[in-house]
Design a protein around this ligand. Structure first.
Ligand code: SAH
Length: 338
């Protein structure tokens, strides 16, 4: 097992199990996350025998950056995994700091009609360390610390629940990468049982729901997941999640020309979300070469925005990042496919 897949608590349990002191876990964490070493031999305050033991019990391999593409505020990284699969992550520069959008799976099985990432079916879940290392390698590349993380790259994070939760706990650890829970956002297409489970975890992360439609028929026509977990049950689940966690939830709504962007869609959406502690993030659709969907016009997006506003729904329009280098939402691919 790769040592970057371990929470500090797991490492403490490990040291106790080999009759070592618990605080060794903290020392190792400092080597990994403060000094950022790439080998056990660099952990010089541990005895040689203990380093050898660690080498026996864990690996410390890294995924590798094989390609970088950048435009003004965005940098897209293509990573090669140890088994020769590929994933991508995106660094974005905001006025409030740097954020990274990480992938959680190789490919994706959710089958959203408008999304490029899902064109490659899921090959496998990412291991925890493969998600952690996306951040470590980007920070190493830019010689800066990032301030927020969004789990919105390739894959459905709640379809890789345990590894994604471990990842969150590791980067949130103040002796780890120390990214505040409120600076971590998990985006899901709406897997109801996992959303319910997440509400019991007692972590203060932000939850974003890819809703993208205002009724069942429309949602099922663009998102397969709706045929299993429909929009009515999903909204009820979000209400329970909010009641339980006291956290405001983000509703993502990608604006697809002539598909889900009419005035009546806006009104229907407002009715659906009335009174909930949510805000709606309208996402200008990023067109891709392979899919026939078009982006809504600016005027259409503004009209949709106005209708939500008039209905007292909190709403923002997402800033577009990286569309020139295919690094924007829904443009990431885990394979160089055509
Ligand atoms: N599977 C997760 C996270 C990955 S997608 C989810 O579904 O939420 C991140 C967000 O980008 C989702 O809201 C997704 O629906 C949206 N998206 C997908 N393709 C897009 C595109 N071409 N343009 C804009 N947003 C897109």
């Amino acid at each position: 097992m790769n040592i970057y897949g371990l929470k500090r608590k797991d490492l403490e349990d490990y040291f106790l199990s080999i009759n070592e002191k618990r605080y060794k876990a903290l020392q190792v964490y400092e080597w990994l996350y403060q000094h950022r070493v790439h080998s056990f031999d660099e952990m010089t305050n541990l005895k040689v025998e203990l380093r050898n033991q660690l080498k026996k019990d864990f690996t410390l391999d890294f995924i590798t950056i094989v390609k970088k593409q950048e435009d003004k505020l965005t940098k897209k990284y293509l990573f090669k995994l140890l088994d020769d699969n590929y994933i991508e992550a995106v660094l974005m520069e905001h006025d409030y700091g740097l954020s990274v959008c990480v992938s959680s799976q190789v490919g994706c099985n959710m089958g959203c009609a408008f999304c490029e990432s899902g064109r490659l079916k899921k090959v496998r879940n990412l291991e925890t360390y493969e998600i952690v290392e996306q951040i470590l390698l980007i920070e190493e590349d830019i010689h800066k610390r990032i301030s927020s993380v969004v789990i919105m790259g390739i894959g459905e994070p709640l379809d890789n629940y345990d590894n994604v939760l471990n990842f969150i706990k590791i980067i949130n650890d103040d002796k780890g990468i120390s990214i505040g829970a409120r600076h971590i956002t998990l985006s899901t297409c709406g897997l109801i049982p996992q959303i319910q489970k997440l509400s019991t975890e007692n972590i203060q992360i932000n939850l974003a729901i890819s809703l993208h439609a205002s009724n069942n028929e429309l949602r099922s026509s663009i998102m397969n997941v709706n045929k299993v977990y429909n929009i009515i049950e999903l909204i009820a689940t979000i209400k329970q999640y909010i009641a339980k966690t006291n956290r405001r939830v983000t509703i993502e709504y990608v604006m697809l020309n002539n598909v889900n962007d009419s005035d009546s869609n806006a009104q229907e959406l407002a009715d659906l979300l009335k009174g909930m502690n949510i805000y709606v993030n309208l996402i200008p659709y990023n067109e891709t070469n392979h899919l026939e969907f078009k982006k809504s016009s600016k005027e259409r997006i503004l009209k949709f925005y106005d209708i939500l506003k008039k209905n007292n729904i909190n709403v923002t329009i997402r800033k577009e990042f990286g569309s020139n280098i295919d690094a924007a939402c829904g443009q990431l691919r885990s394979k160089e496919v055509n």
